[in-house]
Each structure stands twice: as structure tokens, then as C-alpha cells.
Design a protein around this ligand. Structure first.
Ligand SMILES: [Zn+2]
Length: 385
């Protein structure tokens, strides 16, 4: 058997309405904690969904500070604002409360608040020194899986991003509470949910680090996500369905944190960076075309996934791979999200720049089951136009 290593967060609570007793959950695990920081964005703060969890913490005798300055694709100065805020309030536990951006900022605050290192010194893999503050992650979308990954992405220029990857970024506790996701609009539910499906698919076909544990997680994730995505879009208030989506996204996050994502994400990043298309939608736009490109190498694995995503899928590996691609296209169409690059304002004349930028994603492209040349990348974008 091939040797492998697998890491994830120490503890996970998957329970609808769990954050109503957040104070108790924290006090049980971190009895010495007194000053808690919630890291979130202004939009989520306005929903009022933080009020209950906040009261619950205060009832346990903890003081609560809220940093609500997180924005999508957070730039360095926002991260540093949050770090300064944590230092000024002498915080002893950090809770990320939101989508991927809030949870990523929470990771960096937990690392930097009590550390001499500068943000610029920890970009890359394994550059974080020493320990961090206790860290809890609570996702409010079912998509990024950031609550169980060891990576944080920061925007460093107009369209450039840097990643911090370190074992310290794994949280101590992740709480999956579907009550926080009931109000997500259908189009956001769709795009974030498809992103999670991409995490499962790309982890399952990841070239070097896929392993028996990431495989189990990816398969279970895709089963949950494919069975519940359309119901979650159609019946947003269904707590059971929402909890299944959150769990699916979390399992997919655990899978791809160990067996990293590949060409779908590599080609999606420039779409997000240049055209400010949300991450999940960017992935969904290129997904079927990357799957078709990969099929000559990955058909046996895609066929296995088709058996999970499509009840009754049968036939040759090629036939089942084709069924998987068609099913993903149908899912996107049924939800009403955009399905072509043209629909998000991208033109033929933009494809060269997209292909150039995609080729810079060498870390991701190296995980793809089939080598991607610049001409291949451009052809995939052209097919997605
Ligand atoms: Zn993603």
C-alpha cells in the first residue's frame, strides 16, 4: 500500500442550531478563555444571526468583540486591521464566522495576533512559526470547506493572490450549523454548492496526494452534495437538506485539504481575479470543459464518481464519464446560474489573458490528472465561452 499522511481539524460538531449554545461548546473545550473575537463581514452581521451565539458566549462570562470588516477576497490591509483589533482587545480565542473569506482571515488573526512574524513572511508552505490562539470555525455557506482546510488566501495586488499554508491553520473546532445557512439565496446556494462538488471531484482525481482517506471523504461528500443541491436551492428553509449540504462541503474540504484541487480551480482563479466573478461560479463555468479535457486520463475515476452522483449510471467508463459531465451541466442549468463565460462578460479577446494567468497556477495544475498546456487552457476557455 502507498504511504500517505492525512490531517484535519481536531474536532467537528455537525448539529443544526448548535451555535445557539456556542458559549457552552466553547467553555467545555477552552475553560480558560475570557475574551473572544468573532471575525465576520458586514453583510452577515446585518442578518442578526450573530446575536444568539454572541449572547450564549456572554452568558458563559466571556466578553465578545466583533470584527466585521472582512470583504470578499480580503486584501492584506483588512487582515492587518483584524490582527490589530485582536491585539487591542487582548483576545484569547478567535472564531471565524462566515464564508471562506471570514474563516481565512480568522486563521491569520489566530496566527499573527500573538506572533512576531509579519504577514509577508508567512506566505508559502510551512512558513508559520510557533503556535497560535485557539481557533474555531463556523461556516455560513456550504461551499468553501475553509473550516477544515489549512490554507488562507490573501489578495496582494490588483488581481494577484498569495496563500498561507501551514498546519497551524487547522482549527481546533469546526461547528456545522445549518440554521445559519437557511437564508442563503438560491443562486449563492447553487454556486457555493457546485464549488464543494468540484472540491470532491478534484480531490478524487488529484494526481499525487489522493489517498484512501481523501477518497472516502470525496465519495461521501459528492453523494451528499449531489442528492441535496437542487433541494437546497428549491427549499432553502429545509434544515435537513441544509445540514446535509454543510456536511458535504465539510467532507469535501477535508478531502481536498489533503488531496489538492487541480485544473478546474487553476482555470477558475483568473476568472475571479480579472472579472470579479464569485469563486463558486467561476469553477462551475469551466467545470464541464475541464472534465471533458481530463477524460482521456481520468475516465475510470470519473466513472466511479458517476456511480455516486447519478443513481443507476451504467455502461463503459467513457459512457459514465459522459453522464457525469452532462449531470453537472444539468445541475448548473436547473439552478439558473450562468453557464457560459459570455454571460459573465468575458469575450473572445480576453481568452489569451485568461490562459496566460491560468498557466501561473502551477501549484494547482501539477495536481491535474492530465498535463495542461497553454494551448489546452485557451481551448478549454474557448469551449466555455
Ligand atoms: Zn473552491
Amino acid at each position: 500500500m502507498t504511504a500517505f499522511a492525512f490531517s484535519t481539524v481536531a474536532s467537528i460538531v455537525s448539529e443544526s442550531n448548535a451555535t445557539a449554545r456556542l458559549g457552552q461548546l466553547i467553555a467545555e473545550r477552552f475553560p480558560a478563555v475570557r475574551r473572544v473575537l468573532l471575525v465576520t463581514d458586514a453583510g452577515f452581521l446585518r442578518t442578526g444571526l450573530l446575536d444568539g451565539p454572541r449572547r450564549s458566549l456572554e452568558q458563559q462570562g466571556m466578553s465578545v468583540s466583533v470584527f466585521s470588516g472582512v470583504v470578499a477576497d480580503p486584501p492584506e490591509h483588512i487582515v492587518m486591521d483584524a490582527v490589530e483589533f485582536a491585539r487591542a482587545n487582548d483576545i484569547d480565542l478567535v472564531i471565524g464566522f462566515g464564508g471562506g473569506s471570514s474563516m481565512d482571515v480568522a486563521k491569520l488573526v489566530a496566527v499573527l495576533a500573538g506572533n512576531e512574524q509579519a504577514l509577508g513572511d508567512i506566505y508559502g508552505i510551512g512558513k508559520v512559526q510557533g503556535s497560535r490562539l485557539p481557533l474555531v470555525q463556523i461556516p455560513t455557506t456550504a461551499g468553501t470547506g475553509s473550516e477544515v482546510t489549512n490554507i488562507a488566501i490573501v489578495t496582494t495586488g490588483e488581481t494577484t493572490k498569495m496563500g498561507v499554508v501551514a498546519p497551524q491553520l487547522y482549527a481546533d473546532l469546526a461547528i456545522l450549523d445549518a440554521a445559519l445557512t437557511l437564508g442563503l439565496p438560491p443562486l449563492v446556494t447553487a454556486a457555493t454548492g457546485i464549488d464543494a462538488m468540484v472540491h470532491a471531484i478534484e480531490a478524487y482525481t488529484s494526481k499525487h496526494k489522493k489517498n484512501p482517506m481523501s477518497d472516502v471523504l470525496a465519495r461521501q461528500a459528492l453523494g451528499l452534495l449531489s442528492a441535496n443541491l437542487i433541494p437546497a436551492c428549491e427549499q432553502g428553509g429545509n434544515l435537513e437538506v441544509r445540514q446535509a449540504m454543510l456536511l458535504g462541503a465539510c467532507l469535501a474540504g477535508q478531502a481536498f485539504s489533503n488531496a489538492p484541487v487541480a485544473a478546474v480551480h487553476a482555470l477558475a482563479y483568473p476568472i475571479g481575479g480579472i472579472f470579479h466573478v464569485p469563486h463558486g461560479l467561476s469553477n462551475s463555468l469551466v467545470l464541464p470543459h475541464v472534465l471533458r479535457f481530463n477524460a482521456p486520463q481520468a475516465a475510470p475515476l470519473y466513472a466511479e464518481l458517476a456511480g455516486i452522483a447519478i443513481p443507476g449510471a451504467s455502461g463503459s467508463d467513457e459512457a459514465r464519464t459522459d453522464a457525469l459531465i452532462v449531470a453537472m451541466q444539468q445541475t448548473a442549468r436547473l439552478t439558473g446560474i450562468q453557464t457560459t463565460l459570455a454571460q459573465v462578460g468575458i469575450k473572445e479577446a480576453d481568452l489569451d489573458r485568461l490562459a496566460d494567468d491560468a498557466m501561473l497556477q502551477t501549484r494547482l495544475l501539477g495536481n491535474n490528472p492530465r498535463d495542461v498546456s497553454r494551448a489546452d487552457a485557451r481551448a478549454i476557455y474557448a469551449a466555455a465561452l
